[in-house]
Write a new protein. Structure first.
Length: 387
């Protein structure tokens, strides 16, 4: 599973993947490595240069890896950048032109760790130092020209990536806040509905109970009538509560589409999901499709090992009339066996209650990969579907 943008790695595999993506750009360190291997320096200079290169690379990886996972203290970031800058200057002045490439990594580190207001002048400053040091050395014009643009572009590109990650984190936090507010609003709505349903009934039961208690010694027949009224009110209150709770528990297509989008994103699966279902869908048909969508997406997340999943919801004209067709398709490992599982059996049983149909197939027959489930429920022609 890949690491989501703006999220720190949660296990060793994700950490290794992120470390690989950061470290792959160290391929440009081939110039100083070749300079050390060629043996044009003294043994002392070669040993100190190798040590300096290892320290530089280690500090660069730790800074970028740690800061992009969890923001470090600003003082530590500035101190680490100053250290990388000083080390790049020292190695470039003492060991020659091939070491100017270190300034590209300093520029990238600046873009990855500092806010844009600081990076927008510090990245050109790093590039200017690269050019200035290169100008003091012989036969460096081509190398300086080749490195100046990557230093500028790499630094500002990382600033853009940093801003995108920051925006992604803020968007995720905003979604979490919206979800929490929606949950709170739902609790308030449930409290209001239960109050409206039970407030009058319970008050009436209380009054009739008190009245029956006062009538019981002298007027048992009237007390019995009050008790019968209490029983009737209680039964009606129970029916109202059950109806209300059923309405809360009944899944809806908009809710399940949003839930599918969240579940697939949390599992690191690229999702293509429609924004909204058709309006005025019959309540029973919508409930069946909502349950089926929940079960299908759960199977994709838990069992498929897929990298992408597509959900489509579209009307279709058949010989038996107009139907609404729900399709969930993934690119995972495919069906594990020929016999349907409990999930598919449950979906088929629910579809049978609304005269719906269920069909499954392999998404990619050539490779045998992927699994596609298609569900159809009959709908009325007045739903506003295109003719």
């Amino acid at each position: 599973m890949s690491v989501g943008m703006g999220r720190p790695p949660t296990n060793a595999r994700q950490a290794g993947t992120k470390f690989l993506w950061i470290g792959i750009w160290l391929a440009f360190m081939s110039a100083p490595v070749k300079d050390l291997v060629d043996g044009e320096h003294t043994s002392w200079a070669t040993g100190l240069g190798a040590l300096g290169l290892v320290v530089f690379v280690g500090a660069y990886l730790v800074l970028v890896f740690r800061h992009t996972s969890k923001a470090l203290d600003p003082f530590r970031v500035r101190a680490a950048l100053a250290f990388l800058w000083a080390l790049a200057v020292l190695l470039s002045l003492t060991l020659g032109v091939p070491w100017l490439v270190l300034f590209v990594y300093v520029s990238v580190s600046v873009g990855a760790t500092l806010p844009l207001r600081a990076a927008r002048w510090l990245i050109p400053a790093v590039t200017a130092v690269l050019v200035a040091i290169g100008a003091t050395q012989e036969n460096s014009r081509e190398i300086v020209t080749a490195l100046a643009f990557p230093a500028l572009l790499g630094g500002f590109a990382m600033s853009g990536v940093r801003q995108m990650i920051r925006t992604t984190i803020q968007l995720r936090e905003a979604r979490a806040t919206v979800a929490q507010l929606a949950a709170n609003e739902e609790r308030l709505r449930l409290a209001r509905d239960l109050h409206d349903l039970l407030g009058h009934s319970l008050s009436l039961i209380t009054l009739k109970s008190e009245l029956a208690g006062r009538m019981l010694p002298g007027h048992p027949e009237q007390a019995a009538a009050q008790v019968a009224d209490i029983e009737q009110v209680s039964r009606q209150a129970l029916v109202d509560v059950r109806s209300a709770v059923t309405g809360y528990r009944r899944p809806t297509l908009p809710g399940e589409l949003a839930g599918a989008r969240t579940a697939l994103a949390a599992a690191g699966i690229t999702a293509a999901i429609p924004a909204e279902p058709p309006e005025d869908l019959p309540e029973k048909s919508e409930e069946v499709l909502a349950w089926a969508l929940r079960e299908a997406v759960t199977n994709v997340v838990r069992h498929s090992g897929a990298h992408s999943c597509e959900v489509t919801l579209a009307p279709r004209q058949t010989l038996d009339g107009r139907v609404l067709e729900l399709t969930v398709s993934d690119d995972g490992r495919g069906a594990s066996g020929t016999a349907p599982g409990n999930g598919l059996t449950g979906i088929a049983e629910r579809l049978a209650t609304v005269d719906g149909t269920l069909a499954t197939r392999v998404t990619n027959p050539r490779s045998g990969k992927g699994f596609t489930i298609t569900l159809s429920v009959p709908v009325e022609s007045h739903l506003g579907f295109p003719e």
